[in-house]
Design a protein around this ligand. Structure first.
Ligand code: ARG
Length: 483
């Protein structure tokens, strides 16, 4: 086998390993698991709470889900994501059902089915106490800055207010933070959820967005009548027993307990949530290490393609590099994670999507670094090696590549450091790495600064440590140059 073939084989083996080692959600759904999609920022429906030192998703939606799973004799698995990611997740089969205080609108009914309604609330406007009298009617909100949750019906209401400056965010807690820090004037939300935030600082305005009740129902994939029927049976049982009311009361009490604001110092935050960060660090390291490993292998392969003697092959290599360097990694991640699922039914887990994205993204940069290194080695080296009787492959392996590698080591090191930092982007698809955990801690503690400072410290320790390590290796390698 020549080098190219060997690289290709290694590359394929890597991909097979990546795909086989970790189970797909589509499979797990059939293995006696019921995957629930939710946006756990909506107390008392669903929210995060530390129970026995462990981050847990609780709320009355979760209790309902547990009953449904019990009736189906399946194990409940919860996937937490942004509210606007729920519909695509359900359509693509990433989750089996959505319980997230979701209102069954006509628009949504076009893409998914809904169970019977199980709860209702009212639309309200929340403002800072100082602004209490400022918005007596919906008309007075004209031109105001308004916060809403991305993809929610509140977003639609906001879009209907003339000249309003809309801030649409993933998580309710972030919207509240915007209101508290004077970045927006008002939030459109539901009274059941607002109840948890009302205080001396945050109050209800008199304006009412809509007097009709907001319903909540369970989302099921279109055509899955079997699940729909079973869900409705469970709901009927819970409603008739008064269980739903009890669950709502219990969840409200649980969430009230979350809000007793303690003045936490950054050390307290760190110590109390060290377990969260430890998990995050583990996944960040795993993502970066595998991203680097596969990026390296793919990069080498692409580099050889780019230096091929055949024009069309060279062109393919260039196109690969240019496309990946010319588009944001966030976009690549979305295509791999959601695009592949919705279009081809390839349902990758966040870990798989993360590793694939990091690998192919960094492979493009590494391919260029390798190429620069190889082309930087003096032509005479190849000629000399050939005249000593080595064939091209041998000369490449023993003479050119070692010199090239030494020359580009600092650039490779930089790329590795970049991958560690960029892996934070994977948090947006729900990968539980450092950045994701920092947001979870922020949502629990209502501290806007310390969770991120702690995350920054961890990233810095990792990148600085790596850069020191690489520096030492570089010096060792260059020792042979100084004679
Ligand atoms: N009921 C509203 C809707 O369906 C908001 C639901 C938001 N739910 C959540 N878990 N954040 O659009």
């Amino acid at each position: 086998m020549n080098k190219l073939q060997r690289c290709a084989a290694l590359f394929l083996a890597g991909i097979i390993f990546l795909l086989s080692g970790m189970p797909l959600h589509a499979e797990s759904a059939t293995e006696g698991k019921l995957v629930l999609g939710t946006s756990a920022d909506f107390a008392p429906y669903e929210f995060h709470k530390t129970i026995d030192g462990k981050d847990t998703i609780v709320g009355f939606d979760i209790e309902i889900a547990k009953e449904i799973a019990k009736d189906l004799n399946k194990e409940l698995v919860i996937e937490d994501m942004g509210f606007d990611a729920l519909l695509p997740a359900l359509q693509s089969g990433r989750v089996d059902m959505v319980i997230s205080g979701m209102t069954p609108t006509e628009e949504r009914r076009r893409s998914i089915d809904f169970s019977d309604n199980y709860y209702q609330s009212k639309q309200i406007i929340m403002v800072r106490a100082a602004d209490q009298g400022r918005f007596p009617t919906m008309d007075s909100l004209r031109g105001a800055s308004i916060g809403v949750q991305k993809g929610s019906i509140q977003e639609e209401i906001g879009q209907g207010i003339p000249d309003a400056k809309l801030t649409s965010l993933d998580k309710i807690s972030d919207i509240i933070l915007q209101l508290q820090t004077n970045r927006i004037d008002a939030v459109i939300m539901e009274d059941t959820v607002a109840a948890g935030y009302l205080s001396d600082e945050l109050v209800l305005a008199d304006a009412v967005p809509d007097t009709t009740a907001v319903q909540a129902a369970i989302g099921i994939q279109k055509g899955n009548t079997e699940l729909l029927q079973s869900v409705n049976e469970t709901l009927t049982r819970l409603k008739n027993n008064g269980d739903i009311e009890r669950m709502v009361t219990e969840a409200s009490q649980l969430s009230a307990g979350t809000k007793d604001e303690k003045a936490l110092s950054i050390w307290n935050v760190f110590w109390e949530y060290r377990g969260f960060y430890a998990t995050g660090i583990g996944y960040t390291l795993l993502l970066s290490a595998l991203g680097v490993l596969f990026g390296f292998i793919i990069g080498l392969f692409i580099c050889l393609i780019r230096m091929s003697g055949i024009g069309i092959i060279r062109w393919i290599g260039s196109a690969y590099v240019e496309l990946l360097r010319g588009t944001p990694m966030l976009v690549q991640l979305m295509i791999i994670h959601y695009g592949l699922a919705l279009t081809f039914g390839i349902n990758l887990s966040p870990l798989q999507s993360g590793i694939i994205t990091l690998s192919i993204n960094s492979s493009a940069y590494l391919a260029e670094i390798f190429r620069a290194g190889i082309q930087g080695v003096d032509r005479g080296q190849m000629e000399a090696a050939r005249s000593l009787g080595m064939n091209r492959g041998k000369a490449m392996r023993h003479i050119i590549l070692p010199q090239a590698f030494k020359a580009v080591l600092p650039a490779i090191g930089n790329e590795f450091i970049t991958i560690i930092k960029e892996s934070s982007i994977i948090s947006v698809i729900g990968m539980v790495e450092i950045m994701y955990q920092a947001s979870v801690v922020k949502n629990i503690t209502y501290q806007g600064m310390s969770p991120y400072l702690i995350a920054a410290a961890f990233y810095f320790i990792m990148t600085f440590g790596l850069s020191k390590l690489l520096g030492r290796w570089e010096r060792k390698l260059s020792a042979s140059d100084i004679r």
